[in-house]
Design a protein. Structure first.
Length: 208
């Protein structure tokens, strides 16, 4: 992001590994115990494939996706254990993010945009209720029918607020999402730590 003095009018945060810490290993451990397949084998076979993306766009039900995962992994995982593992990825919040959002929310419109499915949504909206109250709105891919890095997903949010790309700041931990936002003219920052967020907001005069 180029140095500039103009403050954005809209700040968009990804959730996973920007606000909420994600760890996939507990999922594989639970699925391994349920199926008898070694966790390392499940991890090697698992893919963020078109079915995963379809689930995040709301195009597949949870049971549809469960069936896809079992086929992909070559494993029989009972549906309740599939859900238990699927929801075990959520850890604590990123240290310091709550305080940062508290400072920010009264100075600019702050929203979240997450690629998420219907099952995960039911978990994180309750588990992280306190920190999520700092967002004025949360955009969820499975409700939008659009997901990052699709250009239309960003355009949907900009249109919702009648905002121009140049008026928007976006934080995400995945480079493809950051690059997609930049191609639209959004000021996007790759988040490698909370300091990536803090330093950008300080430079833009949002934080002391």
């Amino acid at each position: 992001m180029n140095d500039r003095t103009e403050k954005p009018k809209l700040v968009i945060f990804d959730l996973g590994n920007v606000v909420i810490r994600i760890d996939w290993q507990p999922m594989f451990d639970i699925w391994s115990k349920a199926s008898g397949v070694p966790a390392k084998d499940l991890q090697l076979r698992f893919q963020f494939d078109e079915n995963y993306e379809g689930f995040e766009r709301g195009q597949l039900t949870a049971r549809d996706y469960h069936a896809c995962v079992c086929r992909l992994l070559g494993a029989v995982i009972p549906y309740p254990k599939f859900l238990e593992g699927w929801n075990a990825i959520f850890q604590d919040t990123v240290q310091g993010i709550g305080e940062l959002l508290t400072q920010l929310k009264d100075k600019v419109r702050v929203v979240a945009f997450t690629n998420s499915n219907e099952v995960h949504h039911q978990v994180w909206r309750k588990k992280y209720e306190d920190v999520l109250t700092h967002f004025h709105h949360i955009f969820i891919s499975s409700e939008m029918g659009l997901r990052k890095p699709d250009a239309e997903s960003f355009k949907h949010i900009l249109s919702h607020f009648a905002m121009e790309p140049r008026e928007t700041l976006f934080f995400d931990d995945l480079l493809p999402n950051v690059d997609a936002a930049r191609r639209l003219g959004i000021h996007a920052v790759l988040v490698e730590s909370l300091e990536s967020v803090r330093s950008t907001l300080t430079r833009l005069w949002f934080l002391d």
